[in-house]
Write a protein that binds this ligand. Structure first.
Ligand SMILES: C[S@@+](CC[C@H](N)C(=O)[O-])C[C@H]1O[C@@H](n2cnc3c(N)ncnc32)[C@H](O)[C@@H]1O
Length: 354
């Protein structure tokens, strides 16, 4: 049982202390030895969620063409392509497919896939092999790290929403943290609101003067900051696409999903996905602090339309049969839908072309 093992791991780690932050709980549930990302095959209709590259090939086509364009204009030389959290490898395959006539581009690419999930790495290798691309030309890494001095194009779709968050709220001018109390022997696990006394945390919260409810992911900020520093030093760009906001929505956004349905955070421990909306304002701030240019920020819908998804759709519809037509149109509609993925997802591009 994952639940037993995860709770045991948490309790041991905290030397029997039983109140932990949501961040620590999520970390163990997702990335611990028995965590969700270490054993689950999480993506696709049978998994817990479905992502844009899995919904429509045109998503990868547009990203591939966008990257090719920037490489031609700004680089035209050897570079590293990093994909953070590549899932089933579908986006990379679509990118390689749409750029296959551009030999100089593909020959200039060192591909690095950053993936923690061992099962997904196997899926990625097998899918890439079926596409007739030699997986030996690709390097898999567990964490983002510097491999050489080449410039970088870094892509992340639904990656930064996986990072654990802490939840805070203000009541009668006092900040509280929503935490989790675990009584291992009684098998009881419940939320507990705790007043914050720690000066460092209070100082961090004071930066958000107008907020009463906050979610902060220190691990996400640290990871993103490292990438910004890397781009500043070696050049290139990062494209981040995720569920997210620029102005905090004023309520908690952390959610858990089990079998494609929203679930309770404290249920299905180790068996469900946990994510939260990405604070794009914070990512933009970190980019600016590292002297990167905000090349682009918009909703996913706007980005895809501005970069020619409709024109590409018209082109491939001309050679599609009836069944394919329906699938293509349904896919494009879903990823650009104003009331759904099209608006909920945001696209941020930061760059430094040396
Ligand atoms: C929600 S899925 C998105 C997959 C893919 N980008 C897509 O759009 O289909 C998140 C991916 O990131 C991986 N992942 C999550 N957190 C990670 C981390 N800290 N380091 C490396 N990979 C991670 C997961 O295993 C999975 O491949």
């Amino acid at each position: 049982m994952y639940k037993e093992k995860i709770l045991k791991e948490i309790i041991k780690k905290k030397f029997k202390s039983k109140i932990i932050s949501i961040e620590e709980f999520t970390e163990a549930c997702l990335y611990g030895k028995f965590g969700y990302y270490n054993h689950s095959n999480v993506i696709g209709k049978k998994g817990d969620f479905i992502t844009s590259p899995e919904i429509s090939q045109l998503f990868g086509d547009i990203i591939g063409l966008f990257i090719l364009y920037h490489w031609k204009i700004n680089l035209k030389k050897k570079f590293n392509f990093y994909e953070l959290g590549p899932g089933k490898g579908t986006l990379l395959i679509d990118l390689l497919n749409i750029t296959k006539r551009f030999n100089d581009f593909q020959k200039s690419m060192n591909i690095y896939l950053i993936e923690k999930n061992i099962k997904l790495i196997e899926v990625q290798k097998s899918n890439i092999l079926s596409f007739n691309y030699n997986p030996n030309k690709i390097s898999w890494l567990k964490n983002f790290s510097k491999k050489n001095q080449y410039p970088n194009i870094i892509f992340a779709n639904e990656f930064f929403d996986c990072f654990p968050v802490r939840q805070f709220f203000k009541k009668n001018q006092t900040w509280y943290e929503k935490m989790i109390e675990i009584k291992y022997n009684e098998s009881s696990i419940k939320f507990k609101d705790v007043i914050i006394n720690d000066k460092k945390t209070l100082k961090q919260l004071d930066q958000y003067k107008n907020s009463e409810v906050l979610e902060i992911s220190n691990s996400r900020d640290k990871y993103f900051n490292r990438i910004c520093k890397h781009i500043f030093k070696f050049g290139g760009m990062i494209i981040v696409i995720d569920y997210g906001y620029k102005n905090h929505p004023g309520h908690f956004t952390l959610q858990s999903v089990y079998n494609n349905k929203k679930s309770n955070l404290l249920d299905n421990i180790g068996k469900q996905d946990i994510s939260s909306l990405v604070d794009f304002n914070k990512l933009i701030d970190l980019g600016k602090k590292n002297y990167l240019k905000v090349e682009y920020f918009s909703s996913q819908r706007e980005f895809l339309l501005n970069n020619g998804i409709k024109e590409r759709e018209d082109k491939i519809l001309k050679v599609a049969n009836n069944k394919q037509r329906i699938l293509i149109q349904k896919g494009v509609k879903r990823i650009t839908d104003k009331r759904d993925m099209g608006n909920l997802f945001k696209v941020l591009v930061l760059s430094k072309w040396n």
